[in-house]
Ligand binder design. Sequence first.
Ligand code: ZN
Length: 661
Amino acid sequence: MESLWNDKEAFACGSDLLAQRVYTSRLLGQNPSLVLHGGGNTSVKITEKDFFGDEVALCYVKGSGWDLATIEKPGFAPVRMNALMKMAELDEMYDSDMVVQLRAAMTDPGAPTASIEAILHAALPFTFVDHSHADAIAALTCNADGEARVKEVFGSRVLIVPYVMPGFILAKTIYDLIKGRDLRAEGVEGMVLLKHGLFTFADDARTSYERHIEMVTMAEDFLAARSAGGAPASSGAGILPAEHLLGLAKLRQAVSKVRGYPQIARLNASAEAVGYASLPGVADFGTRGPLTPDHSIRTKRAPAIIGDDIAAGVDAFAADYKAYFDRNSSGHTMLDAAPRFALWAGKGIVSFGDTVKDANIVADISEHTAATVQLGEAVGGWEPLPESDIFDIEYWELEQAKLRKGPGRKVHQGKVALVTGCAAGIGFAIAESLAEQGAQVVGLDIDKEIPDIMKRIGGIGIVVNLTEDQPVQDAIDFTVREFGGIDIVVSNAGIFPKNDHLDAMAQGDWDRTIMINLTSHQKLMNKVIPYVKQGIDASIIFVGSRNFKAPGPGASAYSCSKAALTQLCRVAALELAPHKVRVNIVHPDAVFDTKLWTPEALEKSATRYGMTVEEYKTKNLMKVEIKSKDIGNMVAAMASPLFAKVTGAQIPVDGGNDRVI
Ligand code: ZN
């Protein structure tokens, strides 16, 4: 492992110790083999003047909720050293009391809550303290011989600390271990916490950081020599074949059912992931436990093992989880029994989360877990913490509080929505409303700008001509491969041809209208329904038109296409009801905030009716203007649990029309 220290960047910090602390914390955070997503913590001790001009000794400790990779000065909590040392001298302290006292001892009440390791950081008599959960330290110490190996690799340069639960007990253990000793005279430069991680310390930022890198490198070299250069398992190409996509959707559906709400599923089909998931024996060593206890908060203790019978694999995980809970619980309330990641033999590693971001975090942890567990198993047997220790962390009040902090669930969180014709107007408004309510949107449109347009709402845009078969199939397959399934389909794409009466209409105009406004929808249904049947609270919504019930002269192609689309919706509702998939249609009218309507066109139409533009825009029974966003919000509502028991319905959004009512 290379040191990322850069003299020029470090020089920019000057003599500002907190700036130096930010700099080397970020160096640690940049390496995912050291810390992942909020793991690890760092500190610096600084004596400074408080508001009243009195000198105060502080320990700036990483605040919870901050990530070392991106931390800034406000991410460190300034805690008074004298309070921290008083806490270290207590014989006992509840962790919940510790959190209160840590906050009370901060000189800035607006700072984030200090890491639960704050007392431990304070107790170490060095200016800089760096702590990581390095993969190599896990592979080295998650073994029956862990302690002997640490002695062999590091000699007396490190203190060896058997596993105890993080928080007050760990701080107290270390405080007692070093009390009255002169660590500098003893040449102690760090501590290895068996089956947990590594601490290094020094009085300057560079030495503390570079000791960390050096020690992790020593562990890596030891492991490489012991494993005789054996490469991790690897097999298959990096893409899931199309015939297994339905299996992926079934896996996501089964996991979401156990979880109680929809989950995004991210498949890692890299050669390494497929190789690991397919290893004989992975059901044994792959489920013994995580690399470091705090991973279990994100991943649970072990992954699900998925074979040919996908649902059975998820059920077996849930049953095992319940048994684990029963073995270890003393009056706790059981959390959900859904896996956070699954090893799918022959296909790869699937990670789950409420959002793509959450699932990606699990994916990163599972990738490091796969490589490290294999290495650990190869160099003498993978033996992580026993399940009782993991249970203590998983059901630890402080960790549960971290998880609860997030904002409340959005209506469509975890759902995947496919929307067609969404580069502008009603289609865009629908995609936007679904995204605002938490759905991961994939938008299909013939407009070349669609990738950028969808990016604006956090979605993915794919340029597709919806009348062509293979590109549509590819877009659907892409969606399932990326996110695990499809729950919401909004079939919106359409055109409004020019107003010719039947005796003057070009055959091509008729054919093109029917192809885009009707046949492309039928083609989409043909390809997407197999996946929607595996969706969560699945729903298909067509965008029709008031024109179907109240046609006008010159609109034969448009009116007929929308009438037939309505009939298509009704048949789909009949066919899909047994699969609990609802199919409804919305009939908008007089939506003028779209590309089609320029101010000139509006003026022209209003004049034709002998109205002002304002009158023309609100020519409905309620005298209200209908906007694209009204349709977007209605469609998002129709896809929500509000409409859970509604199928085959036609909902007009038109302000009331006497020809329709
Ligand atoms: Zn730790």
